[in-house]
Write a protein that binds this ligand. Structure first.
Ligand code: PLP
Ligand code: COI
Length: 412
């Protein structure tokens, strides 16, 4: 019966599907704690060699289909837009959310007066789904992204998306794009980009009456070329600020990233792939990187130190790594970090969904005429603690170790 209904569902979704927008919570507790062994037993395995990749990985088919069967170079993905089968879309109108639908065209028809276009009434999320060895697929902490998009939305006056509806929408778009989930062993993930924006027209400054929520998905590999293997050199930004103390830095609103384009491009031209921002009020405290949080590691005292600031985005990866670090006996300090303290860290890490756990090789500060005024050097290779944090979070995501904090949500 279950197989028949799944077959009918997949037939329906292969054209264009209207999904009942029922806020029914996915049974997380019963599935996410399952060890790889227990999930294997419920899976009809059908192993096939992936013919479309130079990587020797197996595509394993199960009830939701086979991850990794799209014709893609799985070991060379990088982090860029790729067309997949569908995105999910739903509209908020007349005070309520409509049905979610899976749409194959990658284009949106948007009103010329949409508040997102004129006034930046827009926020987004980023999360990943991973294939496990048995072909099952799990999303990493989508409940946290659901909560955060609602916080961001609230800051720019957009309607709330019920958490169960957000999770179901993520589940459904991953399932429809199962062929694009990088296969287990490739190192990649399916990146989900939920986006909520004002799509109704307003020219006087007011919130819109209509909102659009979409989730697009893309298969991704490393954000910075070389991934964990290659520490990245960063530039401390003095000519620009990312976020004002009482501004929108803690919200994942689109405008924060537009403001970051020039500093990013200028840093890259100078040979620095990553920018570190300071607090806007005094330029004496470390805040965060353009697209990731800052972590300083003191190996001798086993300390994990990360900034506490109202203008830093509360990173779900950072929160997860703090739990992992505590599990490993480290102490967590979330507090102000004076820029001079950079010289005391053994390792520095940039963490986030896209960048995962990226080791920072050095941080350079330039004076107003562009001459180096300070350089903080960290490990030349990947530091031991950085590696341990990376290995543990990736092993949980890959279903290789026990998911004891129930972070993995099964796609079904
Ligand atoms: N900080 C900024 C500015 C970001 O854009 C991101 C990315 O989402 C992060 C931190 C990391 O957050 P998370 O770990 O939730 O992806
Ligand atoms: C993420 O890590 O999910 C982000 O949203 C960062 C993005 C700007 C690349």
């Amino acid at each position: 019966m279950r197989i028949l209904s799944l077959a009918l569902l997949s037939l329906a979704t292969s054209v264009k599907t209207c999904l009942g927008f029922v806020p029914s919570l996915i049974n997380h507790a019963s599935t996410s704690a399952s060890s790889p062994t227990s999930s294997q037993s419920s899976t009809r395995q059908l192993r096939r060699k992936s013919s479309c990749s130079s990587l020797s990985v197996s595509a394993v088919s199960n009830e939701i289909g086979a991850p990794g069967t799209a014709d893609l170079p799985w070991n060379e993905l990088g982090f860029e837009f790729r067309t997949t089968k569908s995105h999910l879309k739903m509209i908020y109108k007349d005070g309520k959310w409509g049905e979610a639908e899976l749409v194959e065209s990658p284009y949106l028809n948007v009103h010329i007066g949409a508040t997102a276009l004129h006034y930046g009434q827009s926020c987004f999320e980023g999360l990943k789904a991973f294939a496990h060895d048995d072909g099952s697929v799990y999303m990493f902490r989508p409940d946290e992204n659901a909560k955060r998009i609602n916080k961001s939305g609230e800051r720019v006056v957009m309607p709330e998306i019920p958490v169960p509806s957000f999770i179901k929408a993520c589940n459904d778009v991953v399932k429809d794009n199962i062929a694009y989930v990088p296969p287990y062993g490739s190192g990649g993930a399916l990146y989900l980009r939920p986006l909520l924006f004002g799509s109704g027209p307003r020219i006087g400054l007011q919130p819109a009456d209509e909102y659009t929520f979409i989730i697009l998905v893309i298969p991704v590999g490393d954000y910075y070329k070389g991934g964990l293997a290659k520490p990245v050199d960063g530039l401390i930004v003095d000519d620009f600020d990312r976020a004002a103390p009482k501004g929108v830095g803690a919200a994942k609103v689109a405008g924060n990233y537009a403001a970051d384009l020039i500093p990013n491009m200028e840093a890259r031209k100078k040979g620095f792939p990553i920018c570190l921002y300071l607090d806007a009020a005094t330029h004496t405290l470390v805040e965060e990187f353009s697209t990731s949080n800052f972590i300083g590691i003191d190996n001798e005292k086993k300390r994990y130190i990360t900034p506490k600031s109202p203008s830093v985005l509360p990173s779900i990866t950072n929160k997860s790594l703090q739990t992992i670090a505590q599990d490993k006996g480290m102490s967590i300090e979330q507090r102000d970090i004076a820029i001079d303290e950079l010289s005391e860290f053994d390792e520095v890490v940039a963490c986030g969904t896209a960048v995962v756990v990226t080791p920072i090789g050095s941080l350079t500060r330039l004076d107003s005429s562009g001459i180096e005024s300070a350089k903080y050097q960290f490990t030349e290779d990947v530091g031991a603690t950085t590696r341990r944090l990376y290995d543990q979070v990736r092993s949980i995501q890959n279903g290789e170790v026990e998911d004891k904090h129930n972070w993995n949500f099964k796609v079904e």
